[in-house]
Design a protein around this ligand. Structure first.
Ligand code: NAP
Length: 332
């Protein structure tokens, strides 16, 4: 597995990460045993970055990772935790909490659930509009000084917010949606990351399973997450399926699957990009890892661009009410 540096002065980590969210809900029920086997297979393949959030399964995801890392595997992993997203007992999203004391409190619980003394990358899941972001980052910087956190990341932040955060403490990575269907970051955010020397951790590479040979099955599966993704709506899905089929044709010509083409395309956008593989089964992980052997030529990239021009996708990446609260969607 190729290693890359996470940010200009950051640590060396695997060139792809394993996103563990789906192992604890969002995409329907998961099999814990298979999820743990998937984490083990990822470590065996040389993946170090395991991405989680304290609200994934309301702590269950962190406990699953703890279980998977038992027996001396903790040091082989680079654990990235997101925090601050609040849910009610009915799991409805309540907003975000970026207060300094809340950040420290969230971290204390995460360390206990993960069974570790430190988190490798700690990141506010969203920018809390009611708290100066400098204060949130400052609190995490305190935790770096105290040894509980190794590196600081942010998620779904705008270019302007990235600059503010980076002025308080070096930011190693921005986690944000980036795929053939979600290219909004190319305008301001990606150039800012490169200017500041911050790595990009890309999620949603398959647009929630849409850019895959299993798009129809994904659409029909019970999934709370996909109900928040307009690209799966009755109105948009057929149009998007036509795009996915066009990509599938290119993939087949390369001897690859559609998902592999999607991962290879994101990798082709720069060595500073770490795509997250949202696998919860070993066969999905194997398929995604196969993308590392898919090399796209300038001719392939031109064909892909023609099949899926920027903004060709029908529907935004989230519902408007969700996007309205995302700092990354605001100019600057
Ligand atoms: N920062 C943020 O705001 C944020 C938001 C969302 C996710 N994330 C992170 O990003 C990770 C990836 O999640 P995502 O939903 O964005 O990922 P994604 O890659 O867009 O979609 C993942 C879904 O695609 C389907 N799939 C089909 N073929 C696959 C393959 N070969 N490998 C993997 N998945 C395949 C799976 O559906 P089935 O399992 O249902 O078959 C899987 O649940 C998460 O685990 C989480 O760590 C971060």
């Amino acid at each position: 597995m190729q290693k890359i540096q996470l940010g200009r002065n950051g640590p060396m980590i695997s060139a792809v990460g394993l996103g563990c969210m789906g192992m604890s809900g969002g995409y329907g029920p998961a099999d814990d045993k298979e999820c743990i086997a998937t984490i083990h297979a990822a470590l065996e393949a040389g993946i170090t970055m395991l991405d989680t959030g304290d609200f994934y399964g309301m702590g269950q995801n962190e406990m699953l990772i703890r279980e998977a890392l038992k027996g001396g595997k903790r040091e082989r992993a680079f654990i990235a935790v997101k925090f601050g997203s609040m849910r009610g007992p009915d799991l409805k999203i309540l907003g975000d909490d970026g207060r300094p004391q809340a950040a420290k409190n969230f971290l204390a619980y995460s360390l206990r659930r993960l069974g570790t003394d430190y988190v490798d990358l700690y990141q506010p899941s969203r920018v809390d509009p009611d708290v100066p972001f400098e204060d949130t980052i400052g609190a995490i910087a305190d935790m770096v000084k105290a040894g509980y956190v190794r590196h600081i990341g942010v998620s779904e932040a705008s270019a302007k917010t990235l600059r503010r955060a980076h002025a308080v403490h070096p930011i190693a990575a921005l986690q944000i949606e980036y795929s053939l269907f979600s290219r909004g970051i190319e305008r301001d955010i990606l150039p800012t990351l490169r200017d500041l020397g911050i790595a990009l951790v890309a999620y949603g590479v398959l647009s929630g399973g849409l850019i895959s040979d299993g798009a129809e099955a994904a659409r029909n599966a019970a999934s709370e997450i996909r109900t928040r993704k307009p690209r799966f709506s009755a109105e948009n899905f057929a149009k998007n399926l036509a795009l996915v089929e066009a990509l599938g044709k290119i993939a087949r010509d390369k001897g690859a699957s559609t998902a592999q083409l999607a991962f290879a395309w994101v990798k082709s956008r720069g060595d500073d990009i770490v795509p997250l593989i949202g696998a919860r089964r070993r066969n999905q992980l194997g398929e995604a890892l196969g993308a590392l052997d898919v090399k796209l030529t300038p001719g392939d990239l031109a064909r892909i661009e023609q099949a899926v021009p920027e903004n060709a996708v029908a529907g935004a990446r989230y519902l408007p009410a969700v996007l309205a609260h995302m700092d990354s969607e605001h100019a600057g």
